[in-house]
Each structure stands twice: as C-alpha cells, then as structure tokens.
Design a protein around this ligand. Structure first.
Ligand code: UD1
Ligand code: CA
Length: 450
C-alpha cells in the first residue's frame, strides 16, 4: 500500500508570541515539524506534502533539510483544517493509496500508532486517531457506536451532552486518497468558527455508507503545543521518555533529570553519564564511554571507552577514537582525537587531527583562523605538545615529535624532531630583592601622603 503524508503546518501559532512559525519551535533541539516528519517516516511514505502558510519560506527550508523530497504546498489563508488538506489535492492528483494527515504541532505521535491507524484501514474507509482525555477541554469529541465512529463534533458546536464525552479527536486521519478528497470537497463552513472542518468528513462518510472508526492512543502522544508553557511541558515529556529509554538500554544516568537529550541522541550500553550533561543534535556515544559532569556535546562521535570532561565541550565534527581523553575546559571542533590520545586541560583543538597516543599539554591552542579562512593542524602519533603551545595553522607536527612549552609553532615539525620557539631566559642575580625594596618604599611614601 502506498502512503502519502500530509502534514498541516500553516497556522501562525499566535499564542507562541514569536517571529518563528510555531511548527519550527524546537523540542529536544529539533523543530516540532521534524518530529512529526520522523514519526511519519516510519510508514515509508511515497509522498510527503507539507501544507505551509505562516513563515512558509522558513518552513520549507526546515522541511527540505529533513527530507529533500518533501513537497510544500501553500495555504495562503487559514480557512480550516479541511481547507488545509485540500491544498494537497493537486500535488497528490496522480497518487493512489492512503493519505495520513499529521499535524506539525503534534510532535509526539508514535510510529506504532500510525501503523495501527494504517492497519485499521483494512476494515474501515476512514480512520481517526482518538484518545481518552483526562481533561477534554476544547478538543473535538468523537461520537461513536461500538467500533463505528459516527461523527466528530467541535467543542464550539457541541451540546452539553456531547461535551460530556471524554473520547477526543487528535486530528490525525488515515483514508484512501480519492475518498478523502471527495469527502473534503463536500465540507462546508456553516459552523461556529466559519471554517472548513476536516472533522466533518466523518459524518459525510457515514451518510455515504462508508465506515469510519477511531484508533486510540495515549494522551501524551497527542499533546499539541500552542504556547511557550506547552512547549516547555512537551520538552519535559520528551526528556522523560528519552531518559527512560536510555536507562532501559543499559546506559547509566547518575542524575537522569539533569541530563538534557536531543531527539537523535544515541548512547551505547554501559556508558556512564554524570550529572548536568547537555546533548545537542547529532551525537553518538558508543558503549563504555564516560561523559563526566557539565559537558556539552553536539554533532560529534565518541568511541568506546573514551572519557570526556568534566566541563568539556565537543562541537560539530569532533571525532573521538577509542580510549581518547578530553578533560576539563577543553573545546574540540571538527577534529579527530585518535586512539588513546589525551587533551586533558584548557585547550582548543579545531580543524585538526591528533594522532594516536599523542599528548596535548595544558593550554594548547590550534590557531586555526586567520580572520578570513580556517586552516588545518596535523599532529602525529605519539607526539608530545608542550603546555601552552600555539600551533599556527596550517602546520603539522610529526610522529614522535615534541614542542617545547610556550612555543609558537609556525613551521612544520618533522618526525622525532623537537621544536622550541620562545625567547631565551636571562637570570639577574639579586634583582628581585632590589625591586621588592623599591616597590615597598614607594608604597610607604604614598601611605604617608594620605
Ligand atoms: C483541531 C480539530 C479538533 C481536535 C484538535 C486536536 C478540526 C476542525 N478540529 O482543532 O477536533 O480535537 O485539532 O488538536 O480539525 N491548520 C492549517 N490550516 C488551517 C487550520 C489549521 O494548517 O487553515 C493547522 C494548524 O497549523 C495546526 C493544525 O492544522 O497544526 C490544527 O489546527 P488548529 O486550528 O490548532 O485546530 P484545533 O482548533 O485545535
Ligand atoms: Ca490546536
């Protein structure tokens, strides 16, 4: 069965009080829209159509960064959810199969739930995702008889008796494409909001002798985000779920509630994460690594047995091989730290490769930026970089080579060579005592004048 996803993302999200379109606000560092796209991707859709409106340019960019084949259709005026889905009609004119409608601001729907919706299509023409709400509030209500769904009534249009129903509409729909667009064509806007309600297709389907049913899921899956407070609450829900998943996989989190994860964080078993660690997007940590307290990682790969932090920062392109060590107040960007190499204290290693077992002394800096361009530093295996070495890139230091502490290295250093680049030291006998005396006398004169 071919599947087309239609993701509604045209709304402004007035209550977000933001210049950023609502669906681009991130949860766990990934835009809500992308969460919805990733959940839908589990259905292996043949077509992905995003209905954009407010901030369409930004929405297009974000959607196509996630899936370059995603198609964007514009809904210039937001006239309701049926009108929104109708904007995909032309894009899907040649499509045969099922359409699954998702909402860009409902990021938590689980792939298994979407699979159950598609499976329920075997016995029903139209499948709606519902949930039992603890507080049904302003959600649309599902009017059912047995497994048959008769109609959906919007809160604004519901009677007292209908408002007492706790089975609510998530908004998600699965239906054969042709049937869906036929039903939508018959939807009117004679209701309390003056909008074209997608929910009206249920009653229309029943009138035509088609069958509709509701598949249900946990309420947390249908959490919608309409305000910053709901965004924060949604992030909490995500974090709690992601931490529980890691613990179940055999990762130790010393203080789980202080570890902040991204949507795509991957961590192997027997890795230990100390308190207060932040994962940005694109991090993979293999088994048996240790991420010590207060470290910040994004776009990096940490191999088995590596030890990071405390207070380390791994930026995009940081690649740590097995057993590498990156210690406190060290920043690594776009650099390979090869097997067993150590960068233990107060260093910046950017656009570089550090050979196996090399030791980078405290305070070493790769001076990678000349104000216009970035340049590469290459450090060989078993090299020893003395503390406070400035490596002025482009530059290389050979295998088993050494740099003297405090050196400014501007020329390549051969294998097994030692580079020293600093002014010669001079010692002046007795000069310190004289200086101290002079300074103390000066201070005494000044104190007397006061
Ligand atoms: C909708 C449902 C309601 C359900 C609720 C669940 C309808 C008529 N009502 O109500 O039954 O309980 O969702 O959250 O469908 N959108 C567009 N273009 C539009 C209108 C909406 O793209 O013209 C998008 C919004 O950006 C949003 C989604 O569709 O992502 C839902 O729209 P919203 O206005 O929030 O619907 P609700 O009133 O919450
Ligand atoms: Ca809503």
């Amino acid at each position: 069965m071919s599947i087309a996803l239609v993701i509604l993302a045209a709304g402004k999200g007035t209550r977000m009080e933001s210049d950023l379109p609502k669906v681009l606000h991130p949860i766990a560092q990934v835009p809500m829209l992308v969460h919805a796209m990733r959940a839908g991707a589990a259905l292996e859709p043949d077509e992905v159509v995003i209905v954009a409106g407010h901030g369409a340019d930004q929405v297009t960019k974000a959607a196509q960064a996630e899936n370059e084949n995603a198609r964007i259709v514009l809904q210039t005026e937001q006239q309701g959810t049926a009108h929104a889905v109708d904007q995909a009609r032309e894009a899907l004119a040649d499509f045969e199969g099922d359409v699954v409608v998702l909402y860009g601001d409902t990021p938590f729907v689980q792939p298994e739930t979407l699979e159950r919706m598609v499976a329920a299509r075997t016995d029903h023409n139209l499948v709606i995702l519902g949930f039992h709400a603890a507080d049904p509030g302003r959600y649309g209500r599902l009017v059912t008889e047995g497994e048959h769904l008769q109609r959906i009534v919007e809160f604004k249009d519901a009677t007292e008796a209908e408002r007492a129903i706790t089975l609510c509409n998530s908004g998600l729909v699965a239906c054969d494409a042709k049937t869906l667009f036929d039903l939508i064509a018959a939807v009117g806007n004679d209701n309390a909001a003056g909008e074209y309600y997608l929910t009206d297709i249920v009653a229309l389907a029943n009138q035509r002798g088609l069958s509709a049913t509701a598949v249900t899921c946990e309420e947390t899956e249908t959490l919608g985000v309409n305000s910053r407070a709901e965004l924060a609450a949604a992030d909490d829900v995500f974090q709690a779920r992601a931490r529980a998943d890691l613990l179940a996989l055999g990762v130790t989190l010393m203080a789980p509630e202080t570890v902040y994860l991204a949507q795509d964080t991957v961590i192997g078993r027997d890795t230990v994460i100390e308190p207060n660690v932040v994962f940005g997007p694109g991090v993979t940590v293999e088994s048996g690594a240790t991420i010590r307290a207060f470290s910040h990682l994004e776009g990096c790969h940490v191999s088995r047995g590596a030890v990071i932090g405390p207070y380390a920062r791994l930026r995009p392109g940081a690649e740590l091989a097995e057993g590498a060590r990156v210690g406190n107040f060290v920043e690594i960007k776009n650099a390979l730290i090869d097997e067993g190499a150590k960068v233990n204290h107060l260093s910046y290693i950017g656009d570089a490769s550090v050979g196996a077992r090399a030791n980078i002394g405290a305070g070493t800096i790769t001076c990678n930026y000349d104000g216009v361009m970035k340049h590469q530093t290459t450090i060989g295996a078993d090299a020893f970089i003395g503390s406070n070495t400035m490596l002025v890139a482009p530059v290389s230091v050979g295998n088993h080579a050494m740099t003297a502490t405090g050196s400014v290295i501007t020329r390549n250093v051969d294998d097994e060579a030692m580079a020293i680049s600093r002014t010669k030291q001079e010692n002046k006998p007795g000069r310190a005592r004289k200086l101290f005396e002079m300074l103390k006398a000066k201070k005494a004169r000044r104190d007397k004048e006061r």
